[in-house]
Design a protein around this ligand. Structure first.
Ligand SMILES: [Zn+2]
Length: 373
């Protein structure tokens, strides 16, 4: 029907009518509040690039969880900052690991709160990668390796460059080639990493974590975790898998928050390429076949089409993670007075919900819950 019969503005006149016909509703119980737990007591250290987000010691984390719960947020997801890191991520699976301590305290103080545990190794590894690093050792000295990456002409330029600049340039180029060679020589060992992820999951569930959320992107990890949980008698612990996790520049501020930046290389060999939506569907399908109870797409805003595609194709509860960079961009623009903070915050959350996510992991959980009350 054409105008004047079809006049959608009739239903936009007042806030009440707009609410009545709203297709997408946000409720605080859809939010999961991410929290970073660190050692110590009385610690409340703000993350520089994420104003309003803190590294919290266990006692402070309990208070924060209580506050979130009182606002109607029913779930938190815990990340840990261990006091020591090593090459087998001991802090991730130790009985007295930082997240295990927090989980026990929260279960005691806020028993109704759903505790999710992020399962990954990067925060606990001295090199910051999500799995065990198997380096292919350099077969020769560093100098020999550098020389081998150069053509004879380049080699000559390094030692006998005509000018100082030429020499500098040749040396710089050689250093870059060397860095590339070193990066190409490391590899994440998928299968031995699975053993540690499974061990971590069992340890977290035993400490009181209700939902295991593997974020590492190793192949076969959901099956390995499911098997380990079942063998430990934890048959009722569900798995929320970070099924489609893209290698993203939006994770920058998180790496400061969780102190988990890789010390060399990047995560593109195990996280997904942002260009691929069909591959994302295959990743999700594989995780469902392996036993995932819920699935997640991460990040959220730059991947709304992936959320929508996943919603159309799969029937499991679907979560999306509004990541640190999404949060930091809104905060930074708002601090400059360039956008209306609350408005953009709610609009971004509605868009994630509208795309099809029923569960939203967001640093705005508490604040959005306040606005929805
Ligand atoms: Zn990781």
């Amino acid at each position: 029907m054409a105008f004047p019969c079809n006049a959608p503005r009739r239903l936009r006149r007042t806030a009440e009518i707009r609410n009545l016909v709203s297709e997408t509703r946000l409720t605080p119980d859809a939010f999961v509040y991410p929290m970073f737990v660190c050692p110590g007591e009385g610690v409340r250290k703000e993350v520089r690039s994420m104003p309003g987000v803190f590294n919290l010691s266990v006692d402070e984390a309990v208070k924060e969880a209580q506050e979130a719960h009182s606002l109607g947020v029913r779930s938190v997801i815990l990340f840990g900052l261990p006091d020591k890191k090593d090459l087998v991520a001991t802090g991730a699976w130790a009985e007295d690991g930082i997240v295990q301590q927090a989980a026990r305290a929260m279960k005691r103080e806020v028993p109704e709160l759903i505790l999710m545990g992020d399962v990954c190794l990067c925060e606990y590894m001295s090199h910051g990668h999500c799995g065990i690093v198997k380096s292919n050792p350099m077969p020769k000295s560093l100098g020999a390796a550098v020389r081998d990456t150069m053509t004879p002409a380049q080699r000559i330029a390094t030692v006998r460059g005509k000018s100082k600049e030429e020499k500098e340039k040749a040396i710089k180029a050689a250093a870059e080639r060397m860095a590339k060679a070193v990066m190409a020589s490391f590899e994440i060992d998928n299968d031995s990493s699975l053993e540690l992820l499974a061990r971590t999951s069992v340890s977290l569930a035993k400490a009181g974590i209700d939902v295991i959320a593997p974020s590492d992107m190793m192949d076969g990890r959901v099956a390995a975790i499911r098997r380990a949980l079942d063998e430990a008698g934890l048959i009722n612990t569900p798995i929320l898998s970070y099924a489609a996790k893209f290698a993203s520049g939006y994770y920058g501020p998180f790496r400061e928050a969780a102190d988990s930046a890789p010390q060399f290389g990047d995560r593109r060999s195990y996280q997904m390429d942002g260009a691929n939506v069909r591959e994302a569907m295959r990743e999700i399908e594989a995780d469902i076949e392996e036993g995932a109870d819920m699935i997640m797409v991460k990040p959220a805003l730059p991947y709304l089409d992936v959320i929508a595609a996943a919603r159309a194709r799969f029937d499991l509860p679907l979560a999306a993670y509004q990541v640190s960079g999404e949060y930091a961009m809104i905060e930074a623009a708002a601090q400059n007075g360039w956008i209306e903070r609350e408005r953009v915050m709610m609009e971004s959350l509605v868009s994630i919900r509208r795309a099809g996510a029923s569960i939203i992991l967001t640093y705005y959980a508490k604040e959005a819950a306040k606005l929805l009350a």
